[in-house]
Every structure is written in structure tokens, then in C-alpha cells.
Design a protein around this ligand. Structure first.
Ligand code: ZN
Length: 602
């Protein structure tokens, strides 16, 4: 069943729930002017900078920059997905959410996303039935049994089989009445070369449906039964499937992850299934991609300790180096207001002995031995240090190489305390003066930080002060929206994020404070969400005259900038004698002139 909460229900929940009420259960809030203040639950602080507005029904932390509405609070604080957060509130405030499967007819009226999930669900059911069928599914079932998977595991992971032939699923799904153009978007069928009709993507393969934490079917993996290639085939990225954000098996692992505080991460479907088969249920798999920052953020909602499991030193090193990078990047995200506490992710690298993969290891060893190995798995930097020593030895030459290998990763660590502790650890381990290691890392860091700080500033300074003021005004003083439209002010915003927020605000036609919270419900990007919350929260005493003045000033500056840019381009085109570009630019210039005349008349 598709988990779908109709928009009117979301509204009903929103109207019934109170953000101060919900947040004060976990944060001690004190009234301060129109708002409430407390210690931020998302970063550690001693003086309160976490603010909640009962009027706007939003929260914002002036310390770490995280913000949102009542749904996003629960999502961020309790690690819930939107439907889970909505259901929690619905239960609490007695809003009844109907449970029913949707027909394709109803689906037409709701979003494409829901329709795609519905198509995937039907396909999954079809593949499951095919695996159980007495004729077609027999070889596939035999294969799974040979690999040691019990009926319980097959059932729990909804394993299936895509039969031989070009149009089995196609015919099934056509009969269900789904528009084929939409089915194509799901990646389950592909258009024929001559564009006349479609064919099945998955043929004669074992099917691993990929479910998200809410058990929505977001994509599929397929494996051949023999040695033919490609061995694995996956759904393409679709509106509902994003590899860098999805983890195979997380929906069945999440409870166990919470109770054990540990998550094992492997690389393949079958590795994951064999961990579960051996009772190691707090495990997930990445889907043909390396671990991403999104994965880490998702996983740390469920457990603080991550153990990455690999079958070779090389794979382990590659992954460890990537992790160093991820955690550094996370730091930037944190600064731009996306909550992530790097100390929360305690990440370890486990390389199984004798080039074993999890499947072969568990064939020969008990789960207890696996846990024993895992409990001794070193952290990322310790792993890299030991690997380097293993490779280069501890003779003088070796020590020099060990430092050379490690100075990059060590320089990447942004947290001063952590960095100096690891430097100390390395110095002690190889028996060398700490200051020498420190010196080497510093050299590396100064080169690196120049490059990095440029990139970072870009992210932190989102748009000019004036651009931010325009958006803040739109959020706090909706009466001004018609003027914004009239002067085309959004067009002159150069920062992409602010521009897109501006467009959304115009589209939604905000007219009151409460609608800010509603607006946030429709925003999926956390950076945008936090930015909206801060711009809505920092209040200024707006009046119509002041606002108009600000808009005119902004538009005039914007026009001047744009005009001089076009003039520059015209000059450049003249210089190059590029008639075609020149014509285009002159037409553009004329169009803009007419446009601004029109505005003057209005
Ligand atoms: Zn905070």
C-alpha cells in the first residue's frame, strides 16, 4: 500500500497541532517577546539561540542555522520521514488518516511521484508471484536456495523473478491501466529503437526490490542466474529513486540499528541478504555507489556507530579516504545550516580476513566471530595509519612514507581537537616527535585551505544582503507580493537558491503568517528550508512605502547590472565580428527596453 497522506489531511494536522506544544516536550522553552526561546536540541550551546514562533508556527536556531515547521522538527529531531512525522502528529491530535490502496484513476489526480510508487508496487507484486510460480520461477528459486536463503528471507525482502521474454511485465502493467509513458519513467520498460512500443528492462533475472524506510518501492535491482553479463542491472534514477540517498534493506534494519546502536554497511544485495540470513539484521547495502554524505546523514538517524565491511584492504582504504572527505564536507553542510554533528558518526572499517566477502565469511564462521571482528574494527584514521605501516614498514624510509600517506587525510580534518589527537596518535605509533608530524600536516593544510575556503564562502554567503532582504520582505509582508510581480523583481536575483525560493513564494501566493509553515511543507531541500525559516524569523518593521522603495532600488541596480553585462557582450561580439550573436544580443536589448517601458507605464 502506498503511504500517502492527502493534502487536506496535512492541512488538518497542521491546523490541529501546535509547534510550541510539541517542541516544549523536548526543549525547555521560555517566552521572549512574541517568540519562545530555548537551548537548541541540534547543536550544543550554553546560551539559548533556538527560537520558536507560535504565530508563524516555525522554529529557527540562530546558532546553527537549522529551521523549519512542525513536521521538519519531528523529521530532524526524531529521524522521521515526512509521512511518519505526519502520522505521529495525526495520532497525537486525533486526526484520522484513511488507510486505503489507491486505484490508477485516483492516482491521476495525485502526484506523479505517488503514481510511480504505485507502479513499482504492482511490479514488485508481479515479480514476487513469478518467483513463486510453479513453472517460470523454479530456476530462480533453486538459485536462491542454493545460496542458502530461507523462505523467510525471500519473503522479508520481497525477492522476485522477472521471467524470460520481452513483454511479460509490460503486458501485466498495461492491463492495469497505467499510462505507458509514466511506466517508462519508472525505468521498468524501455522504448523500442523504432519508437513503436516498449520492452521490459528486467528479463530472466532475480529481482531485488528497493524499499525506502516507509516501505515505498522506489526501484529494483536484477541479477542473472548464470555468469552472463551484466551480472547486475539496476533501475535508473527516477523521480522516486536516487542512489546516493537510498540504502538497500534500511526499512527492515532500522529497528535493530536503533537497539544495537550499530549499522553494518556492505556493498551488494547478496552480501546484505546473507548478513540477515545469519541473524545480523542491523545491516544495509549501498546500491552500486560509494557511501555518500546523504547516506551518512540518513544512517546516523538510526545509530551512531557505522561499520563499513569490505573484502580487501584496497577497497577498505578507498572507502576510508572517501569517508575522511565526507566528514569534512559534512562540516561545511553543518555551517550552512544543514544539521549534522560529525561526532555523531563513529565510523569503522572492517576488512574481513582472507579476502572473504560477508557471504563466504559467514559460510565458514559463526556470527559471533563476525561480531568479534567488528568490535575490533579500527576507526577511519587508525585504519589508514595501520594500513600505511603495513605497506611501508617502520624503518626510517617507511616512516617518511607513512607520514606522507597520512598528511593529506589528517589535513582534511577540520575539527582542531580531533586533528591534534590523531596527529599525536600517529606520532606515538611510529615513534617520532609530534611536532614534526604537525609541521608536515600544517604545510599540507595551508595549501589546501586556500583552495577550500573559496568554495566554502560560496556556500555560506547565499546571495547578497539586498537579495535576502527582498525574500525576507516577501515572507513577512505578503501585501507586497503584487508589487514584486509587477516589477519582475525575482528576475534580478542572482543567487539560484534565493531565486527559487522567491518563485515558490509567488506561486503559493502567501497571504498570512501561518502560511509560512505551509510553504515549508512543500520545500524538500533542507538548505532552502533553513534559509526560509531564518528569513521569516528575523523580523523588520515593514511598511508599504519602505518596501516599494527597496524593490525599486533593487530592480534599478539589477537592471543596470544586466544592461552593462549585455553591453559588454555586444562589444565582445563586435570585436569578434560575430554577427549572429550580435543580432541576438541586440534583439534581447530591445526586448528588455520595451519591457521596462511597460513597467514604467504601469
Ligand atoms: Zn542550533
Amino acid at each position: 500500500m502506498a503511504i500517502f497522506i492527502p493534502e487536506d489531511k496535512v492541512l488538518e494536522i497542521k491546523n490541529a497541532a501546535d509547534i510550541v506544544d510539541v517542541i516544549s516536550e523536548v526543549v525547555h522553552l521560555k517566552k521572549s517577546g512574541k517568540n519562545f526561546l530555548g537551548l537548541c536540541p541540534f547543536h550544543s550551546e550554553k546560551t539559548p539561540s533556538f527560537s520558536v514562533s507560535p504565530e508563524k508556527q516555525i522554529f529557527y536556531c540562530f546558532g546553527c542555522g537549522v529551521g523549519g515547521n512542525i513536521f521538519s522538527f519531528l523529521m530532524k529531531h526524531d529521524g522521521l520521514a515526512f509521512p511518519e512525522a505526519a502520522r505521529t502528529l495525526a495520532r497525537r491530535y486525533g486526526v484520522d488518516i484513511p488507510k486505503k490502496s489507491l486505484t490508477f484513476e485516483q492516482n491521476k489526480r495525485i502526484t506523479e511521484r505517488e503514481s510511480l510508487l504505485n507502479i513499482n508496487r504492482q511490479a514488485m507484486d508481479y515479480f514476487c508471484r513469478a518467483l513463486l510460480s510453479k513453472s517460470a520461477g523454479i530456476p530462480a528459486m533453486k538459485y536462491l536456495k542454493k545460496r542458502g536463503f530461507s523462505p523467510e528471507i525471500i519473503d522479508k525482502f520481497h525477492l522476485g523473478y522477472a521471467p524470460k521474454g520481452w513483454d511479460n511485465l509490460l503486458n501485466f502493467i498495461s492491463k492495469k491501466g497505467a499510462p505507458l509513458a509514466l511506466v517508462e519513467k519508472s525505468g521498468l520498460i524501455l522504448p523500442k529503437k523504432d519508437k513503436r512500443g516498449y520492452y521490459d528492462r528486467f528479463r530472466d533475472r532475480i529481482i531485488f526490490p528497493i524499499l525506502d524506510v516507509n516501505q515505498a518501492v522506489i526501484g529494483f535491482g536484477g541479477r542473472v542466474l548464470d555468469d552472463s553479463l551484466p551480472k547486475y542491472l539496476n533501475s535508473p534514477e527516477t523521480p522516486v529513486y536516487n542512489k546516493s540517498r537510498s540504502l538497500y534493506g534500511l526499512y527492515t534494519a532500522k529497528d535493530k540499528c536503533r537497539t544495537t546502536n550499530t549499522i553494518f554497511i556492505v556493498e551488494g544485495y547478496l552480501d546484505l541478504l546473507s548478513l540477515h540470513q545469519h541473524g545480523i539484521e542491523n545491516s544495509v547495502a549501498t546500491l552500486g555507489t560509494a557511501l555518500t554524505p546523504e547516506h551518512v546523514r540518513l544512517l546516523t538517524r538510526y545509530a551512531p556507530r557505522l561499520v563499513l565491511v569490505y573484502d580487501s584492504d584496497e577497497a577498505g582504504i578507498r572507502s576510508a579516504l572517501r569517508c575522511v572527505d565526507i566528514f569534512w564536507k559534512e562540516h561545511v553542510d553543518f555551517r550552512r545550516g544543514d544539521v549534522f554533528q560529525e561526532e555523531k558518526a563513529d565510523t569503522h572499517i572492517l576488512v574481513l580476513p582472507d579476502e572473504h566477502d560477508p557471504d563466504s565469511f559467514l559460510m565458514e564462521n559463526s556470527p559471533e566471530i563476525f561480531f568479534e571482528e567488528a568490535s575490533q574494527a579500527p576507526g577511519i584514521i587508525t585504519f589508514l595509519i595501520e594500513q600505511a605501516i603495513g605497506k611501508h614498514g617502520l624503518e626510517t624510509e617507511g616512516k617518511i612514507r607513512v607520514i606522507a600517506d597520512l598528511r593529506g587525510p589528517l589535513a582534511t580534518i577540520n575539527d582542531n581537537v580531533a586533528r591534534s589527537l590523531y596527529i599525536k596518535q600517529l606520532a606515538e605509533r611510529i615513534g617520532i616527535d609530534e611536532n614534526i608530524v604537525l609541521e608536515k600536516v600544517r604545510e599540507h593544510r595551508s595549501v589546501k585551505s586556500i583552495k577550500d575556503s573559496d568554495a566554502r564562502n560560496d556556500i555560506v554567503n547565499k546571495g547578497s544582503r539586498l537579495e535576502k532582504q527582498i525574500i525576507a520582505m516577501m515572507l513577512q509582508f505578503p501585501a507586497i507580493l503584487p508589487a514584486i510581480k509587477l516589477y519582475n523583481a525575482i528576475e534580478y536575483i542572482e543567487n539560484d537558491i534565493l531565486k527559487s525560493i522567491g518563485k515558490t513564494v509567488l506561486e503559493k501566493q502567501l497571504s498570512s503568517d501561518e502560511q509560512i509553515s505551509e510553504l515549508l511543507t512543500s520545500i524538500e531541500d533542507p538548505v532552502q528550508e533553513n534559509l526560509i525559516a531564518t528569513l521569516a524569523m528575523i523580523e523588520e518593521p515593514w511598511d508599504e512605502r519602505g518596501c516599494l522603495k527597496l524593490i525599486k532600488q533593487f530592480v534599478t541596480t539589477g537592471k543596470r547590472k544586466r544592461d552593462s553585462k549585455i553591453l559588454e557582450q555586444i562589444k565582445a561580439a563586435e570585436k569578434k565580428n560575430d554577427q549572429e550573436t550580435l543580432d541576438k544580443l541586440l534583439r534581447e536589448k530591445l526586448k528588455l527596453a520595451v519591457q521596462s517601458e511597460k513597467q514604467k507605464l504601469a
